[in-house]
Design a binder for this molecule. Structure first.
Ligand code: G16
Length: 545
């Protein structure tokens, strides 16, 4: 077939380095940008096959999110704007790793297994972040898409969640919104303005937010959005990419892991700040108090704020809807206790990776899902959306119920339900604080985090670590879980787990305990156990103090 000749021709322009093997990780392929040209070309082809199979538009986003500037990666987006179905991750890995001469055989194998009609039309949306390698790599994606004869729309520079949004809009024939940046900004901003317009408790300083753009795409997109907010929110953007390096000492991952403010941001005590990551799908909040102490409000605290707001509104609107919060093993123990004991909402724990949380959240009327690192959103079932709509239009209810139902409708519209979205999440948090007249300190005080520490350990092959129970227990290498268990016993209110990262070549270690010294000591001791039992490379981990 003509397409296959074109594939052969183009694959010589995007050759695979012989012997290179890469795995589809937590959120797609991710490694040094120099190794990714063939992956991008091949993922362009896979997206085309997925589009033919689903008879829908598929998205391909070129980004390495929180990773350093020299890395890059690719995330594939399924028809409703969600992450690629895990069933196809195996095809992605297969196609990524076959040598040049087996490429056609591998493509034909996928076509046959999935019974794909090659005459079916295909459509692929492509987007990229601001990395210097992204332009070249997104061209490789485009070459792959065109080689298999698909239609294509290149959105150029967009945040990851914006591309997820476009894909969903396209495949719902505009029911979710208009598949343009203008459509995205106006939907979110109109909903935000609606939420805040009658917020009688809102103070002036609640109309001003400081944003660390991680020197990435989020900063550019916030600037684009500003005019749609019609001065309802003042935004001061730091780390906008004009000087600093992407994700370097700034951004959501840095702030969360280091538990300190990013460089490049000038703020006074009590100012409300947030940090995005490199592709603006994560957000964390923070402030410093009058003693100069740093306070982090991470994904757990954001989930707690949002779920309490939704519970209050559904109760006021007289709606009986089941609300659940989905977390991962990284969720702070205090947040889980607060949600279960004080808020009385259902809490679920899944493996790391938004695809797992998203899936679990779909089981409820309202599923709030957040990773502690600030990656999350809210999902409303179709039935829940319909009940809210009917209640808002019901002429026979009292004013309080009506107001709550209308606020719920606007809340749905300010959220990007396809995936975690730093911009949409920020607008939602800002609206909730405005409606409640709540300061960042009051929000922070809903519960106190247990002190915690995250570390990374380099090992020769991180796949030697295997986990179970939503990553809370290590099943291999032998002896590691026993070692962790006996270390945890030495400290009060302690918990620790380890897991191989799916985005970096490291093993991640998490520990929490009653004091910061204990959490730090436990994290260090567990790191040593990983180093010794899982084939650590380089120097032994040193104590933090
Ligand atoms: C991705 C995933 C997240 C995950 C993070 C870290 O985020 O989408 O769900 O928490 O990687 O994963 P790991 O610990 O496996 O490296 P992002 O924002 O980097 O795309």
């Amino acid at each position: 077939m003509a397409h296959f000749e074109e594939v052969l021709k183009q694959s010589n322009v995007h050759p695979k380095p012989a012997g290179l093997v890469l795995q589809y990780g937590t959120a797609g392929f991710r490694t040094n940008a120099k190794q990714l040209d063939h992956i991008m070309f091949r993922m362009g082809m896979l997206a085309t096959l997925r589009s033919k199979k689903t008879k829908a538009t598929i998205g391909v986003m070129v980004t390495a999110s929180h990773n350093p500037e020299e890395d890059n990666g690719v995330k594939l987006i399924d028809p409703m704007g969600e992450m690629l179905t895990p069933a196809w991750e195996d095809y992605a890995t297969q196609l990524a790793n076959v040598e040049q001469e087996e490429l056609l055989t591998s493509l034909k194998d996928i076509i046959e297994k999935e019974a794909i009609q090659m005459s079916q039309e295909a459509n692929v949306f492509v987007g990229k972040d601001t990395r210097s390698s992204s332009a070249r790599l997104s061209q490789a994606v485009v070459d792959g898409v065109i080689a298999l004869g698909s239609q294509l729309k290149d959105y150029g520079l967009v945040t990851t969640p914006q591309l997820h949004y476009m894909v969903c809009c396209q495949n719902t024939q505009g029911k979710y919104g208009e598949a343009t940046l203008k459509g995205y900004y106006s939907k979110l901003c109109q909903a935000f303005i609606h939420l805040t317009k009658n917020a009688s408790n809102r103070t002036d300083d609640q109309k001003h937010i400081y944003v660390d753009g991680a020197n990435g795409i989020g900063a550019l997109k916030m600037r684009e959005m500003e005019s749609h907010l019609k001065n309802d929110l003042r935004i001061s953007i730091f780390n906008d990419g004009s000087r600093g390096k992407l994700n370097h000492e700034c951004g959501a991952d840095f702030v969360k892991v280091q538990q300190k403010p990013p460089t490049g941001i000038k703020i006074n005590s009590g100012d409300r700040c947030c940090s995005f990551d490199g592709d603006a799908d994560r957000i964390v909040y923070y402030y410093t108090d009058s003693q100069g102490l740093f306070h982090l409000l991470d994904g757990d605290k954001i989930a707690s704020l949002i779920s309490s707001f939704l519970k209050e509104l559904t109760t006021q609107a007289g709606l009986d809807l089941v609300i659940a919060v989905v977390q991962t093993a990284y969720a702070n123990g205090s947040s889980t206790r607060y949600l279960e004991d004080t808020m009385k909402v259902i809490v679920r724990c899944t493996k790391t990776g938004v695809k797992h949380l998203h899936h679990a959240a779909q089981e409820f009327d309202i599923g709030v899902y957040f990773e502690a690192n600030g990656h999350g959103t809210v999902l409303f079932s179709k039935a829940a959306e319909e009940k809210i709509r009917q209640r808002a239009e019901d002429a026979n209810i009292n004013d309080e119920m009506k107001k709550a139902a209308l606020l719920l409708q606007s809340t749905i519209n300010v959220i990007n339900q396809t995936v975690g979205d730093a911009i949409a999440d920020m607008l939602l948090v800002e609206a909730i604080l405005a409606v409640r007249g709540m300061t960042v300190k009051q929000w922070d005080a809903i519960y106190s985090d247990l002190p915690n520490r995250q570390l990374k350990v380099k090992v020769s092959d991180r796949r030697v670590i295997d986990t179970t129970d939503a990553e809370r227990q290590a099943v291999s290498p032998a002896g590691l879980q026993e070692a962790i268990d006996s270390l945890v016993k030495k400290y009060r209110q302690a918990r620790s787990f380890v897991r191989p990262s799916g985005t970096e070549d490291v093993v991640r270690v998490y520990a929490e305990a009653d004091t910061q010294e204990s959490a730090d000591a436990l994290a260090h001791e567990v790191s040593l156990a990983v180093y010794r039992l899982a084939g650590g490379v380089g120097h032994e981990p040193k104590p933090l103090h």
